[in-house]
Design a protein around this ligand. Structure first.
Ligand code: SF4
Length: 461
């Protein structure tokens, strides 16, 4: 314990003095002390992952208790109203809770990702789907989705250290809410054998993503078990652990030595076998990046793990060039490769957070050339219905007025067509009016689909 305490003390000191961030305004202050309940919490305590877990905010009374005089009755009533409409429960680590600007919460980009405000909700798009990517339709085992020929998605857990309002797996992640009942599950090592066996029996599978839920909540022995078992399958070439941890609990990587030793052990095995071990994380804005991130990345770098970032494009959070550019630059400076920016999936309960293909295309154009090519994130649409990730400008046809785009997926689903629908509130007035007239919109969509099919036929390679 003494050794761990000293390590944490050193990390807290590092955070005050680290010079690797010169040129970027990383927050080195004790920002959590602006939260009334944590005014007296010192850096050593705040930097302990156990304290972060134990003090996570998971209910309205806990929000009130943490905020004290900062919690206005109107704000609390708005959150309570939001909880009656959202498929996601509330869970925030103290780290991310204190990155919210509580003085101006309505416009704060961090709050918008995690706290539902009743006043912000609007009706779902008529074509929203619980399982918008059709992950369940591609289940090869209870824990494995196999859609692409050489990649598979392993979901050993559906719990996370935070719950995001925009989660694409809101149908299973994070427990039931007032509007959604779910079968959330924890990690059970004894249940994974059939998944490993399936991967062994399918030698075309070279890439395995371990996601959920969040790999941060896997125990060290589970990280080792999954990592070793997969790396020992001769045909598996690359594995990736998906965790939002670096963005929402960076102190996990500096204070949980057992977990880091497990990750390090998996990385060593990967290196010995000439296989890649990566960690895919999830920052959406540069507000989430602080001196604690830099300390986490220093610790992660020493394991040899490759770290990439996947963002979701969220209206009112990061749908501006300035935000995406700043986030991209700062992530790159910390050896986090900006990898994907996803157009928001068409899942229920987050229509206010989605934006259009047109906006995403414009942002993609602006980003190109603004940073080094290898650090330029790919802006993609994960085609609803299981078409997989498609470059944002690679649609077959796009009708901006009624907000529908058509996509093909020659590798994952040859011969099929997929449709993404922009949020109705973002359409030109003529387009949103058409959606109010069922007969008219049905006719217009049928015409669009026929044109898209003909165009896809004519351009098939
Ligand atoms: S961390 Fe990932 S899986 Fe968990 S709630 Fe957020 S988006 Fe969903």
């Amino acid at each position: 314990m003494m050794k761990e305490a000293l390590q944490m003390q050193n990390i807290a000191t590092d955070i005050q003095t680290d010079s690797s961030e010169v040129g970027y305004a990383f927050d080195q202050s004790e920002f959590w002390r602006t939260i009334p309940a944590w005014r007296d919490v010192d850096a050593e305590t705040f930097g302990d992952f156990r304290w972060q877990q134990q003090n996570s905010v998971t209910s309205v009374p806990a929000i009130q208790e943490a905020l004290g005089e900062l919690a206005s009755p109107a704000l609390i009533a708005d959150i309570e109203a939001g909880l009656l409409k959202t498929p996601m429960n509330v869970r925030l680590t103290p780290y991310i809770f204190s990155r919210i600007n509580w003085e101006n919460v309505e416009t704060d980009p961090v709050h918008r990702q995690f706290l539902p405000l009743g006043s912000q909700f609007i009706p779902d798009h008529p074509n929203a789907m619980d399982d918008s990517l059709d992950e369940d339709g591609h289940k090869a085992t209870p824990f494995l989705t196999h859609r692409y020929p050489d990649k598979a998605l392993f979901l050993p857990i559906t719990l996370c250290p935070v719950y995001c309002s925009f989660c694409t797996r809101s149908r299973v992640v994070g427990g039931s809410t007032a509007v959604k009942s779910k079968s959330t599950y924890g990690a059970k090592t004894s249940e994974w054998d059939s998944t490993f066996e399936y991967i062994r029996r399918n030698p075309q599978l070279e890439d395995i993503v371990i996601s959920g839920g969040d790999a941060l909540l896997l125990r060290p022995n589970q990280i080792l078990h999954i990592g070793k078992t997969l790396l020992e399958i001769p045909t598996v070439r690359r594995i990736r652990f998906a965790t939002k941890g670096v963005a929402i609990m960076p102190m996990k990587f500096t204070s949980d030595t057992e977990w880091m030793d497990a990750l390090s052990g998996v990385c060593q095995l990967g290196r010995a076998r000439m296989k890649e071990v990566a960690l895919h994380t999830h920052f959406n804005t540069d507000r989430e990046i602080t001196a604690w991130t830099a300390a986490a990345m220093k610790a992660l770098s020493s394991t040899g793990v490759r770290v990439r970032n996947q963002s979701v494009l969220i209206s009112g959070v990061n749908d501006s060039f300035g935000c995406l550019h700043r986030t991209t630059k700062k992530l790159s400076s910390q050896l986090i490769q900006p990898y994907y920016i996803y157009l928001h999936d068409m899942v229920p309960g987050c229509e206010h957070l989605r934006t259009t293909v047109h906006t995403a295309e414009n942002l993609s154009r602006r980003l190109q050339g603004s940073v080094a090519g290898f650090n330029t994130p790919r802006v993609v649409c994960d085609a609803p219905g299981g078409g997989g990730k498609r470059e944002i400008s690679s649609y077959t046809l796009y009708d901006r007025e009624i907000g529908v785009s058509a996509w093909t997926s020659p590798t994952a689903k040859p011969g099929e067509m997929f449709f993404y629908y922009d949020p109705i509130q973002c359409l030109p007035s003529g387009g949103s009016r058409l959606w109010l007239n069922k007969a008219e919109i049905t006719k217009r969509l049928a015409k669009f689909k026929a044109e898209a099919t003909a165009k896809a036929e004519a351009t098939r390679v």
